[in-house]
Design a protein around this ligand. Structure first.
Ligand code: DLZ
Length: 225
């Protein structure tokens, strides 16, 4: 077991991600760290049964862009769903429709999304799902420099990601490393020279599956353990 870097431990029980559609968006700054984190994330998604064709990966220049990208990706997945299933995007019985209305609404959309997901679940398991994402994982690595830049971006991205998940009802996994040194990032990506580290991407993939499965349950009034 690695020393000094904490993790959530294995979920009890392990969740089955085979029905889920997961989005990943990662920043391109600090490429070595990001690349390892992405590998770790994909490894745990696949281990939980998430199908490659149901994982959508996007990149953005830097971490600052992550909240906006997560929001737009979720809207895009809703648009895909509506186009495929002819589904309506009216939230909470409101008379308006369209993705912009959903984001402006304070309605908890978990139930609506779970319903939408059911309609588009891939019964034969082969073709790519067009359901709204069950969870989106935002990955970035911010390294502190000599100005206040780090503090402002860390704060903005943290609040932005929280806001997006509460506004949309899509589970957002916080894969942002806020690092004092590059070495800290290498450890948390599991690629430090001493080999003491742990790849946090693995935890993020597992968190996405757990939240995705629970979110579907909550949408149907079921409390999945
Ligand atoms: C500008 C900048 C700096 C200095 N450092 C980082 C970093 O360590 N990690 C990261 O993800 N992004 C960094 N960026 C880029 C900003 O996040 C953002 O992409 C630009 O300010 C453009 O909006």
């Amino acid at each position: 077991m690695f020393e000094g870097i904490k993790g959530p431990g294995a979920p009890q029980p392990q969740h089955n991600g085979s029905a889920l559609r997961i989005g990943i968006v990662h920043a391109r700054w600090n490429e070595q760290i990001i690349s390892a984190l992405l590998d770790g994330t994909l490894k745990s998604l696949r281990a939980a049964g998430v199908k490659d064709q149901n994982i959508v990966i996007q990149t953005v220049p830097g971490s600052y862009e992550l909240p906006y990208a997560v929001r737009q990706m979720y809207l895009a997945s809703q648009t895909q769903h509506a186009a495929t299933a002819g589904g309506s995007l009216v939230a909470g019985g409101a008379s308006g429709s369209g993705t912009a209305d959903l984001l402006g609404s304070s309605t908890n959309l978990a139930g609506l999304a779970a319903d939408e997901s059911k309609k588009t679940d891939d019964k034969d398991g082969d073709s790519a799902s067009k359901a709204p994402f069950d969870a989106i994982i935002a990955i970035g690595a911010l390294i502190k420099g000599s100005t206040m830049h780090f503090e402002y971006i860390s704060d903005a991205v943290s609040h932005g990601l929280m806001r997006v998940q509460l506004d949309t009802g899509c589970a957002v996994v916080f894969g942002l490393l806020t690092l004092l040194t590059e070495e800290q990032g290498l450890e948390r990506a599991g690629i430090d020279a001493a080999g003491k580290g742990h790849n946090h991407g693995e935890d993020w993939g597992a968190a996405a599956v757990e939240l995705g499965v629970k979110r579907r349950g909550w949408g149907e009034g079921v409390f999945v353990q």
